[in-house]
Write a protein that binds this ligand. Structure first.
Ligand SMILES: NC(=O)C1=CN([C@@H]2O[C@H](COP(=O)(O)OP(=O)(O)OC[C@H]3O[C@@H](n4cnc5c(N)ncnc54)[C@H](OP(=O)(O)O)[C@@H]3O)[C@@H](O)[C@H]2O)C=CC1
Ligand SMILES: Nc1nc(=O)c2c([nH]1)NC[C@@H]1CN(c3ccc(C(=O)N[C@@H](CCC(=O)O)C(=O)O)cc3)C=[N+]21
Length: 283
């Protein structure tokens, strides 16, 4: 079998177009502020792509760049300023943060109504208890892709490889909400390859370049590669060995051009949602 490619770039482009149309009809521009501390190069790509996408879709978007030696208390004060600024609907503090700043403290300081990353414990709790809230962008983007690709979710065996707070765990929650039978695998899982092979839907989010080999993929599985890994030679690869996996999968996302662009589109979607909810309108 040779897999169908799930074109995340195209799906994200359509989603951004729909958001732009909705924003054009609003009497205000939803405001997004991205806070970047230091100059982690991986964050650089993301911040650049996001800025371009947000501006093109009609958001009032700006990046606040702080020096790498910023004190935790100063970042917390900035977050508080953004919390009370009526023009700001969404706040994203770019991760990772430098070692002198505790990320949990900063995330907890963000107004949950403006937490467009969906990382605040209140939003994580809402997701876990099936209440409406802001949902993390990457797993939300993966669900969009699965639906766009026409993947049957109810009853499907889904394996999520990776259990981070920002990808793996919320991903499992969303798949469960869609009635998949969900397995969360991680670094302590025995026989990862066998767990993965059982999956009808395999979502890889481990941050290990091409760790998922072709023989980890079941015949006809749908493979979603969340990983974004920069190799020493500059190439960008996923957590899945793409060519090998594509021989067995029914459908697969590429890197780049798969989940990455969906993360940005969903960030914009969350910002619009936050803006409408804060202003008590449906748009
Ligand atoms: N496309 C996008 O928009 C985004 C992409 N990413 C990418 O997704 C990947 C994962 O990111 P993130 O979730 O933040 O990563 P984390 O490092 O926070 O989590 C990695 C997870 O993978 C597990 N893991 C690591 N090594 C192994 C191994 N050898 N075998 C089994 N499990 C392992 C860890 O297990 P344990 O818990 O046991 O330690 C952990 O649960 C990265 O490549 C990142 O760049 C991230 C965010 C957005
Ligand atoms: N608070 C916070 N929220 C995040 O969501 C967050 C973060 N911090 N820190 C960094 C990670 C990583 N991340 C990416 C999103 C999109 C692409 C992306 O657009 N990728 C494109 C292009 C990549 C390229 O060309 O280099 C693609 O995969 O096709 C990449 C990386 C969001 N993250």
């Amino acid at each position: 079998m040779s897999a169908r490619i799930i074109d995340g770039k195209a799906v994200a482009g359509r989603l951004r177009g729909q958001l732009a149309e909705r924003i054009a009809r609003l009497p205000f521009r939803p405001g997004l502020r991205v806070v970047r501390v230091g100059d982690d190069p991986a964050s650089g790509v993301y911040v650049r792509n996001k800025d371009r996408a947000a501006a093109a879709a009609g958001f009032d978007s700006a990046t606040v760049q702080l020096p790498v030696d910023t004190r935790e208390s100063d970042l917390l004060m900035l977050v508080e300023d953004l919390n009370i600024d009526p023009a700001v609907d969404g706040i994203l503090v770019q991760l990772p943060l430098p070692p002198q700043i505790r990320p949990d403290l900063v995330i907890a300081a963000i107004d949950p109504a403006k937490d467009v990353d969906g990382f605040h414990p209140v939003n994580a709790g809402r997701l876990a208890t099936q209440q409406p809230g802001l949902v993390p962008c990457t797993p939300k983007g993966v669900m969009h892709l699965l639906r766009e690709a026409g993947v049957a979710l109810a009853g499907a065996r889904a394996v999520v490889l990776g259990r981070s707070q920002i990808v793996g765990r919320p991903m499992a929650q969303l798949l469960l909400q869609a009635d998949c039978t969900v397995t969360l695998a991680h670094s302590r899982t025995r026989d990862l390859a066998a767990e993965c092979r059982r999956a009808e839907i395999l979502v890889a989010a481990v941050g290990r370049p091409e760790m998922v080999r072709g023989d980890w993929v079941g015949e006809g599985a749908v493979v979603i590669d969340v990983g974004i890994n920069r190799l020493p030679d500059g190439r960008l690869v996923g957590d899945v060995a793409f060519a090998e996996a594509a021989e067995r999968a029914a459908a697969i996302t590429p890197v780049p051009g798969g989940v990455g662009p969906m993360t940005i589109a969903c960030l914009l979607e969350n910002t619009l949602e936050a803006a409408l909810a804060r202003r008590g309108t449906q748009g």
